[in-house]
Write a protein that binds this ligand. Structure first.
Ligand SMILES: [Zn+2]
Length: 337
């Protein structure tokens, strides 16, 4: 399944193909034509989940001269091939640190959010002034995404930081002695992925955030932003799409519905719409963080992502779930902005 969305998360087109890559040229040329017909300028950046530095993406979208970037979630996801298991207790820590190696937060935005949160908590607890730790503990990752901007750190800084992160976690194990990193696989992964470090950088001068307005928190106002970077919204759409297709029974259910024998389908048939409603999946309905690459909130003030770890403590407090475990579809996506 290939989806193309715009910077508002609206799906521009969607095709189902038997293999990855095949048939995408027509899809892309159709989008180019629609932009031309609408008198819209070509987009500044296209985010893809693969083929970032090959010629094929620009060939499909010809004559556009748009910058092609690799979606950072997909870049990070590739490192899991160098780990022993995604269920390792250090997995969440690793992902969070990896995100810090790539992004840095705008410190002005962060301090505005902290001030607002402090004021909000003070109001809530009858004038009692919260500590720095309490303020941080009460900032959620979706608040960070809404009120704070991030930028990429640049190729060399990210290269050094990821190298440092790998060095610092290379031999770490859980209590049973299982390593997090598989040295052989990670060596290969890192060697290949270094080539894509330029592909994940924000293009210089590109305005990736749109100011939406401001929100009142306590007696402070904080700005609200929408981020156009990456393909997080299209990934959520992919997960939603998975629930349209209830396993291998799709063909039978579809045919029964089409041939007016939907009555054979049992209780899942919606009589009014005449369609088969998939079972709700709680996972998809949960409110998700708008950007899955957001690191742990406690990391926002740390300039170097490598300074934190007290790994013994992390073993116990490591989050049981991380965004990476949620990607279930083998799909291609791209975003035009
Ligand atoms: Zn690349």
């Amino acid at each position: 399944m290939t989806n193309v969305t715009n910077e508002y998360g609206q799906v521009l087109n969607c095709v189902l193909t038997t293999g990855e890559g095949a048939g995408l040229e027509e899809l892309c040329q159709g989008i180019v034509l629609r932009f031309q017909n609408a008198g819209e300028p070509e987009p500044e950046i296209i985010y893809v989940d693969r083929d970032c530095c090959g010629a094929s993406v620009l060939e499909w979208f010809r004559p556009w001269k748009t910058k092609v970037r690799l979606d950072i979630f997909h870049f990070m996801r590739r490192f899991t091939a160098g780990l022993t298991t995604e269920h390792h207790p250090l997995y969440g820590t690793f992902c969070s640190k990896l995100s810090c190696c790539i992004y840095e937060w705008d410190q002005d935005d962060v301090s505005h959010l902290k001030e607002a949160k402090r004021s909000e908590l003070k109001k809530k607890y009858a004038g009692h002034l919260p500590t720095e730790a309490q303020v941080l503990a009460n900032i959620s990752s979706s608040e960070l995404a809404k009120h704070c901007r991030r930028r990429t750190r640049g190729v060399e800084e990210t290269r050094n930081l990821i190298q440092g992160l790998l060095d610092s976690m290379w031999g770490l194990t859980d209590t049973s002695g299982l390593r997090l990193i598989n040295p052989e696989s990670m060596t290969r992964v890192w060697q290949v992925q270094q080539k894509h470090l330029p592909c994940i950088q924000d293009p210089p001068g590109a305005e990736l955030y749109t100011k939406l307005g401001s929100t009142q928190k306590g007696d402070k106002e904080v700005q609200t932003f929408r981020c156009g970077r990456g393909s997080s919204s299209v990934e959520s759409f992919h997960r939603h799409q998975c629930t349209f297709i209830p396993g291998e029974r799709i063909a039978v259910e579809y045919l029964l519905a089409q041939s007016d024998r939907g009555d054979l389908l049992g209780p899942k048939q919606d009589s009014e719409l005449g369609v088969v409603l998939p079972e709700m999946q709680a996972e998809v309905l949960e409110e998700e963080s708008p950007d899955v690459t957001i690191s742990e909130v406690t990391d926002i003030l740390i300039n170097s992502p490598l300074k934190v770890p007290q790994y013994d403590d992390q073993l116990e407090m490591s989050p049981p779930n991380t965004p990476f475990l949620q990607e279930g579809s083998s799909s291609t996506s791209s975003q035009v902005m």
